[in-house]
Design a protein around this ligand. Structure first.
Ligand SMILES: *Cc1c(COP(=O)(O)O)cnc(C)c1O
Length: 396
């Protein structure tokens, strides 16, 4: 029998939403005086600081360089240990390696999929300097517990909020409470600037270090210069990088941020449609939602109950691709990646993260999809799960 897919066209797992006003915003910059380091940079930074409820924001070329800047500002140097989640994109740990530090992985909570504060505390040594918790899928991590641990052991908290622009924890906006918080504006994230990133902070010292780090370690700030030579004079005071965002990107970012409420509303609506459809299906587990927090729903992840399936996760994954549903898997535990294995990390380090990784499947979720797309995904998932269902439903 010929296979008839649920959809005729492929639905990706995520993609940007660009309107005419975004295009106009970019075009205006192209016709203006500054393509980079012009007025849109500080406007974008101010807009993100205001939105997230932070005193300062510093833009970066991408989220990864923003994390690198945060590790620098936190004073991470060779030999320092930094605790992070294994269930994240490699960048959350790579930023520690860039500074010569050692990423230490603390296992996640099986319900929330976020780093488990009890596991963080087990991994603390006299070399631990910082924690990089990740707000996985947009669900804020356990901030009260993490903040208490950071206070007790004098650690810097760098929040990887690449998934969490617009999320809040017990009524507080993500970006307003950690020592430093990183956002990413990659096209699959909540808003995009093509590539782009930002660090928010309430600490002036971190703010100034971040600014200088993203521009070669150079400063022209009169109060910071060690001598006076003339108006041309600047000093490079430490080894920084060129991690600057362009004005072209900043203008796009500002224009996108104007739409964040609509984007979040649609993500929440589509996630509730998925939750409604799957909450009573015993073969899958829907994502945990903390009633005290508000998730920004960057990713919608179903957890497969493999005991009730005749096929593997790969079978389900491939079958959904055949239905033209762009599924994905987030994430391979970072320390299982070949580079990390080469550094000596071994399987078994974080058993819960490893088990969840085997069971996870990410469904398409982005504001530019419509309700029909969501229903197609639901139909396709139900069709495929029924094909692989081990125990047929008994109707009494
Ligand atoms: C996207 C992402 C990053 C990196 O952001 P880029 O802008 O792609 O460099 C870091 N951490 C997590 C969890 C991410 O999802």
């Amino acid at each position: 029998m010929e296979h008839k897919p649920i959809r005729d066209t492929f639905l990706p797992y995520g993609r940007q939403w660009i309107d005419d006003d975004d295009i106009e915003a970019v075009t205006r910059v192209l016709k203006g005086d500054y393509l980079t380091t012009g007025p849109f940079i500080s406007q974008f930074e101010q807009a993100i600081a205001d939105y997230a409820g932070a005193k300062y924001a510093v833009s970066f070329a991408n989220g990864t360089s923003a994390l690198h800047g945060a590790c620098f500002a936190a004073g991470i140097i060779e030999g320092d240990e930094v605790i992070t989640s294994p269930l994240t994109f490699a960048a959350s740990a790579n930023c520690v390696l860039y500074q010569g530090g050692k990423p230490v992985f603390a296992d996640v909570d099986e319900e929330t999929y976020n780093i488990d504060p009890k596991e963080i505390e087990k991994k603390i040594t006299n070399k631990t300097k910082a924690i990089i918790p990740v707000d996985f899928t947009g669900q804020p991590a356990s901030w009260d517990e993490i903040t208490a641990i950071a206070k007790k052991y004098d650690l810097v908290v760098i929040e990887d909020a690449a998934h969490a622009l617009g999320a809040s924890y017990k009524g507080n906006k993500v970006g307003s409470f950690s020592d430093m918080t990183m956002f990413s504006f990659h096209p699959v994230k909540h808003i995009t600037s093509g590539e782009g990133g930002m660090v928010t902070t309430n600490n002036k010292d971190y703010y100034e270090k971040l600014l200088q780090f993203r521009s070669h370690g150079i400063t022209r700030e009169p109060s910071k210069l060690t001598e006076k030579q003339g108006p041309w004079y600047y000093e490079m005071q430490f080894l920084g990088f060129n991690y600057r965002l362009t004005d072209i990107q900043a203008a796009l970012g500002i224009s996108q941020l104007n739409k964040i409420n609509r984007f979040l509303e649609l993500r929440r609506k589509y996630s509730s449609m998925y939750n409604e459809a799957f909450k009573n299906n015993s073969i899958v587990k829907i994502p945990y939602q903390d009633p005290n927090n508000s998730s920004s729903w960057h990713l919608y992840i179903l957890r497969l109950n493999l005991d009730q399936l005749t096929g593997t996760r790969e079978d389900i994954f491939n079958a959904l691709l055949k239905e033209n549903i762009g599924v994905n898997v987030h994430y391979i535990p970072v320390y299982l990646l070949p580079y990390y294995r080469g550094l000596g990390y071994t399987p078994g380090l974080c058993p819960k993260a490893e088990k969840l990784y085997e069971e996870f499947i990410t469904l398409p979720l982005f504001p530019a999809m419509n309700e029909k797309d969501v229903r197609d995904v639901i139909d396709a998932v139900e069709k495929v799960l029924n094909q692989y269902r081990k125990f047929k439903e008994v109707i009494l």
